[in-house]
Design a protein around this ligand. Sequence first.
Ligand SMILES: Nc1nc2c(c(=O)[nH]1)N(C=O)[C@@H](CNc1ccc(C(=O)N[C@@H](CCC(=O)O)C(=O)O)cc1)CN2
Ligand SMILES: Nc1nc2c(ncn2[C@@H]2O[C@H](COP(=O)(O)OP(=O)(O)OP(=O)(O)O)[C@@H](O)[C@H]2O)c(=O)[nH]1
Ligand SMILES: [K+]
Ligand SMILES: [Mg+2]
Length: 457
Amino acid sequence: MLNTGDTIAAIATAIVPEQGSIGIVRLSGSEAVAIARCLFHSPNRQKWQSHRLLYGYIRHPQSQAIIDEALLLLMLAPRSFTREDVVEFHCHGGIMPVQQVLQLCLENGARLAQAGEFSLRAFLNGRIDLTQAESVVDLVGARSPQAAQFALAGLQGKLAQPIRHLRATCLDILAEIEARIDFEEDLPPLDHEAVLHSIEQVFCQVNLILATAERGELLRSGLKVAIVGRPNVGKSSLLNAWSRSDRAIVTDLPGTTRDIVESQLVVAGIPVQVLDTAGIRSASDRVEQIGVERSRQTARSADLVLLTVSAESGWTEEDEEIYLSVSDRRLILVINKIDLANPETVIYPAEIKRVVKLSAAQNQGIEDLEKTIINAVQNQELQAANLDLAINQRQAAALTTAKIALQQVKKTIDQNLPFDFWSIDLRTAIQSLGEITGEEVTESVLDRIFSRFCIGK
Ligand SMILES: Nc1nc2c(c(=O)[nH]1)N(C=O)[C@@H](CNc1ccc(C(=O)N[C@@H](CCC(=O)O)C(=O)O)cc1)CN2
Ligand SMILES: Nc1nc2c(ncn2[C@@H]2O[C@H](COP(=O)(O)OP(=O)(O)OP(=O)(O)O)[C@@H](O)[C@H]2O)c(=O)[nH]1
Ligand SMILES: [K+]
Ligand SMILES: [Mg+2]
């Protein structure tokens, strides 16, 4: 484990080519104030009070050369993000000021922070739990307002609260059972029905929360949607209409698109990567052949395939062939060019349940397409439950372990097995729920979680 006695330092703001106008260097630990005092000088002798901004200069301690004109924010323990003494230097943006200030901090007693080390300290010092720490990563990485909203909910403890509550319920039940194991004769008999009922309730709650994993995955990783079909059905026109751009070349020549054309959209809060592909046909042209192979690969790796056909030409043999090659995928049939012909005359395989009729050229039916996509990827049960949570894979794995253990407890109660059996599985459930919030967690799990952070977080 990292040495938590050190005072750590890092650049806390992004260093990007465009350069923000302010850059922050952050210190946390018992030496933070001493280091800051040796580097920072305020000309009008302001008091070093907690939660105040001081104005001044950062100087090299030996040469007294001015490194930057800056503001200094002091947050004394325990009223800080890490619950340690925290000092922030608010410098000019760009790489030079922050890099030089960081260097001075390192030369004067601080150690460079590891990725996530500020947040790790906030966790170890009890300011946030593991779900809140993970929400920080989600918030920083959010690619849609909805994703940010769910992350913020997590940061405010919306997941931690119910998980802690469920774990406490399990602990209460465990205490009842263990008391019977140790002093059965001295206690009134255990009400099996009541215990079973409580376990049942915890089990249902666990399942509900578990159902939000899919949404979490969608919000974090987004959705990869491939537009595939034979040449000239209007795939590139669809990409352009949908993304309100002329990203892809459209002509009346079959075989116009040769390579994958990508566009990033947000649909109902879900980041969507839309991929226009080369029209699939047996091509003689080498370049087109490679393009067609890429189309097939893209269809295989997408979360959702928009199989596009034309109302004008109807369902052709080529359409059938392409359909058979993607029929194992999650699929929506898009009947395009409804401005040219009645889409009802298109006869397609009856097992295709999701169909959208539109005209890419006339910008008609795009909203319908988005609604159908959301319905295809979102869990209906979850929408009904109205839970504003979006758990991640680690949390889902722990909840699944808890769910299986609770199922086992129900079974052992039903079968009237001895109390020892009940308590074994109940302990497993308690352990897994504790891993989610970090009440029970190993060092290697902590390493895995916090290494996903960026440096300075
Ligand atoms: N300049 C700056 N902006 C920032 C942060 C920061 O560290 N520095 N944050 C970093 O994430 C976020 C704000 N989150 C924060 C969360 C808690 C505390 C904090 O000091 N909490 C103490 C004291 C609260 C109080 O005074 O009432 C605590 O909870 O004990 C500070 C920032 C986003 N903006
Ligand atoms: N009337 C009408 N024409 C359309 C529509 N969508 C596309 N087109 C026309 O159909 C032709 C082919 O459109 P593209 O978008 O290039 O078709 P594609 O499927 O990308 O073709 P390839 O890249 O060659 O596979 C163009 O002339 C478009 O203007 C539509 O909804 N209605
Ligand atoms: K074309
Ligand atoms: Mg095209």
